[in-house]
Design a protein around this ligand. Structure first.
Ligand SMILES: NC(=O)c1ccc[n+]([C@@H]2O[C@H](COP(=O)([O-])OP(=O)(O)OC[C@H]3O[C@@H](n4cnc5c(N)ncnc54)[C@H](OP(=O)(O)O)[C@@H]3O)[C@@H](O)[C@H]2O)c1
Length: 284
């Protein structure tokens, strides 16, 4: 039986671990706050009580931690990796992932970055989109594990290319949500019925399915029970902005959105669903 150690049982990590269990894998789990492990232990996962040595005797270590620095710190606590492959699935920067790959090599391990698009529902039913970065042999060896989460995992290129693809996609999440929110507010203020606006938008080339996915939540101001938080969207937008600087791209247009998202910091919006960004477009 394939055995996986999963580190980081937050919103996404919990769902990935559940999917692995549903698929019959042997799963050991660790989380900084152990209370979050309870549903997984009930489902048959085994707890990791000591990180040092936890990578031994498993086929892969999957991390679903907040960001690059946290992932680096927790992977470092594993000590010698005994040739096990570390698969970070959380979102991190391109250079962060490359540095982590070096670190893993020094810890006697192997590395395949595998960030994902999609959230808890997609993790639970195995329809995440996996964009891997690493070498072909490593990818082929881990394809079976990745296929529990995604029908067709894609190897984008070497380490860093999966991370770049992921933050490029999350820039779209932030920008699309922001532009939809602003347009929605303007038409409402002009007295245009929302459904009329949507009737015109839906068949047009401008439509993105995420608009309908978030529409009702925005109209109701209902941002509870998040799949992906505002705080993490801001983290990913800032990672994207760092890369635009490195790539010499013009980031002025996006900088304003990053500033807007900073207003959510230390407010309840931060832990709510990222479409709470709608609250920030309501006043100038
Ligand atoms: N949610 C999504 O839909 C989604 C989709 C794609 C990618 N991602 C990415 O996946 C990663 C996890 O996202 P999430 O939504 O699951 O976030 P989350 O619910 O906030 O979970 C974050 C995880 O990181 C851990 N963590 C945070 N700071 C830590 C520290 N200093 N030391 C040790 N552990 C720490 C948390 O532990 P505690 O529980 O102890 O706080 C938790 O396990 C992020 O990189 C996110 O961008 C998320």
């Amino acid at each position: 039986m394939t055995s996986v150690a999963l580190l980081g049982a937050g919103l996404l990590g919990n769902a990935i671990a559940r999917r692995f269990l549903d698929q019959g894998l042997s799963v050991r789990v660790w989380n900084r706050n152990p209370d979050r492990l309870a549903p997984l232990l009930e489902q048959g996962a085994a707890p990791i009580t000591e990180l040092e040595g936890a990578a031994r005797d498993c086929d892969a270590v999957v991390t679903v931690l907040r960001d690059g620095p946290v992932t680096s710190k927790i992977v470092s606590s594993l000590g010698d990796l005994n040739n096990t492959t570390v698969i970070p699935m959380g979102t991190m920067g391109v250079s962060e992932s490359r540095e982590l790959a070096e670190q893993v090599l020094h810890q006697n391990g192997r590395y395949l970055e595998a960030p994902v698009l999609g959230s808890r529902p997609q993790a639970l039913n195995g329809t995440l989109l996996v964009m891997a970065g690493g070498d072909v042999t490593e990818f082929e060896q881990q394809r079976g594990n990745l296929r529990h989460l995604c029908e067709n995992p894609i190897l984008v290129g070497p380490v860093g290319s999966g991370a770049a693809t992921k933050i490029a996609l999350n820039q779209l999440i932030a920008s699309l949500t922001h532009s939809f929110s602003l347009s929605l507010r303007l038409i409402q203020q002009a007295g245009v019925p929302v459904e009329t606006f949507m009737e015109i938008l839906r068949p047009s080339a401008l439509y993105a399915p995420t608009f309908d996915k978030k529409l009702q939540r925005m109209l109701d101001g209902n941002y509870g029970d998040p799949n992906f938080s505002t705080a993490l969207l801001r983290k990913d937008l800032n990672l994207f902005l760092q890369e635009t600087v490195a790539a010499g791209l013009q980031d002025k247009g996006l900088q304003g959105l990053a500033d807007l998202l900073t207003a959510a910091e230390n407010t309840p919006l931060d832990q709510q669903d990222y479409c709470a960004l709608h609250e920030l477009t309501g006043s100038s």
